[in-house]
Design a protein around this ligand. Structure first.
Ligand code: SF4
Length: 434
């Protein structure tokens, strides 16, 4: 039997995609994927520094893997991802968790095969963390998690320095991949069965070679059913991009547009570069162009200095916009960011109480948006067996709504028409429209 690997991934879709590349590199070495860490020969933990719970869970997981290493001395354990771009955390892992064989940063993923090989010879933790990206590594192998959906990076890093965010420090300054490299990756993915691409970048709108132009070129790839992207920064959203939704037949009618706060005071302290007035105007322009677009957002509660009035403005704003869904977060300090050094931190109990109130308003608008789908027939790409019940399949509408319905298992990755019969806050239910 082949040696096996297990990758535990924390965080965002960029990390998911980095893990797909790590999996591709390990499979090229002859390893096959294990479905659990117990019994695997190589374990990689891909860390995330953006959210506090991912940060804390990482140390819990490392403690569990220590036990596996005690039972199997030949087990190789590597730690990767954004957390390892921070010196203080590298030192912490090296001193408190010396059983870790190697640590590699977000710019060193291509070195994974060497690190695995060297771990068999070295007696101490091998560290390969470049402080910044030296070049873009094209052509690395990728093992895609979903054969029908390809995650494709278009930019790396971020230049925005939102005052709460660690990403510009851990993922570096923004660089864009060449359009030909992206097109060729997408064409190859489509040849191997991909129906949908998700273009990834911290701020896809600032793609150096023109984001709308890239979408135009990708829309012509034969066999590509859907193009999605994330994340869009409101300050860089252009008229061209808004028009692209109606211009390109396979550009999904779904937009992830982080708001973060509905208070201009807080937005300015966050260094977001837009006002709520500008954000609202964008929403109106987008909905005028594409009335049935699904809009998702991110909102943080309890940012330093957020007063009850500021928060109330956010609640009112969320009610006014009526988002399809929102990722809601309680602000947590990321050491090294300007916001972490602010003295007017909001008390934990207040942050939590505001969070609950926000979730209630977000859920009300999500439910009302979902209810409006009842009776409609939607084109759905089948993603797999429903997480709720194995009698059902699940898939996504063009506007990214999750739909549960009964259908043939062998149709995974296929596009079907589903008539929506029920709706709740987080998903829709329907029947195949034959
Ligand atoms: S745009 Fe702001 S929140 Fe997003 S990655 Fe860049 S700095 Fe972080």
């Amino acid at each position: 039997m082949n040696n096996s690997y297990f990758i535990r991934t924390f965080g965002c879709q960029m990390n998911d995609h980095d893990s797909e590349t790590m999996a591709g590199l390990l499979e090229n070495m002859g390893y096959c994927e294990a479905d659990k860490p117990e019994g695997a020969d190589v374990i990689i933990i891909n860390t995330c520094s953006v959210r506090e719970n991912a940060h804390n869970s990482f140390f819990g997981v490392l403690g569990q893997y220590k036990k596996l290493k005690e039972k199997n001395k030949a087990l190789v354990i590597g730690v990767a991802g954004c957390m390892m771009q921070q010196d203080i955390l590298v030192k912490q892992v090296k001193t408190k968790y010396p059983f870790v064989d190697f640590i590699f940063g977000t710019y060193n993923i291509h070195e994974l095969p060497d690190l695995v090989q060297e771990s068999k010879l070295l007696k101490k933790t091998n560290v390969r963390v470049l402080p910044e990206r030296e070049s873009i590594q094209e052509g690395l192998p990728v093992k895609r998690k979903y054969p029908f959906r390809a995650l494709v990076d278009i930019t790396y890093g971020c230049n925005n320095f939102c005052s709460y965010c660690i990403v510009p420090y851990t993922r570096g300054r923004e660089v864009s991949r060449g359009p030909e490299d992206i097109l060729s990756e997408v064409r190859n993915a489509v040849k191997s069965g991909t129906k949908e691409v998700m273009l990834l970048g911290q701020n896809v709108n600032s793609y150096e070679y023109g984001f709308s132009k890239l979408l135009g070129n990708l829309s012509q790839v034969e066999g590509l059913k859907r193009i999605r992207f994330m994340t869009s920064h409101p300050k860089d959203m252009t008229e061209d991009l808004i028009k692209a939704f109606s211009k390109y037949h396979n550009l999904s009618k779904h937009l992830h547009l982080p708001l973060q706060s509905g208070s201009d005071n807080v937005l300015s302290r966050m260094n977001r570069g837009y006002t709520k007035g500008k954000y609202l105007q964008l929403i109106k322009d987008i909905r005028r162009e594409v009335p049935d677009i699904g809009i998702r957002t991110d909102i943080i509660t309890g940012f330093p200095g957020e007063s009850e009035e500021d928060f109330q403005e956010t609640l009112n704003f969320v009610e006014e916009v009526q988002f399809d869904s929102a990722f809601t977060f309680i602000y947590s300090k990321r050491e090294g960011t300007p916001a972490a050094a602010c003295e007017d931190q909001v008390e934990e109990s207040v942050k939590h109480e505001r969070f609950q109130r926000l979730v209630k308003v977000v859920n009300e608008s999500a439910l009302s948006k979902n209810l409006s789908y009842i009776g409609k027939v939607e084109e759905v790409i089948i993603e797999g067996v429903s997480r709720k019940s194995n009698e059902y399949l699940e898939g996504r509408t063009d506007s990214f709504k999750l739909v549960n319905f009964k259908g043939p298992m062998e149709a995974l990755g296929e596009t079907v028409l589903v008539k929506i019969t029920e709706a709740n806050t987080f998903s829709l239910k329907g029947t195949l429209d034959l």
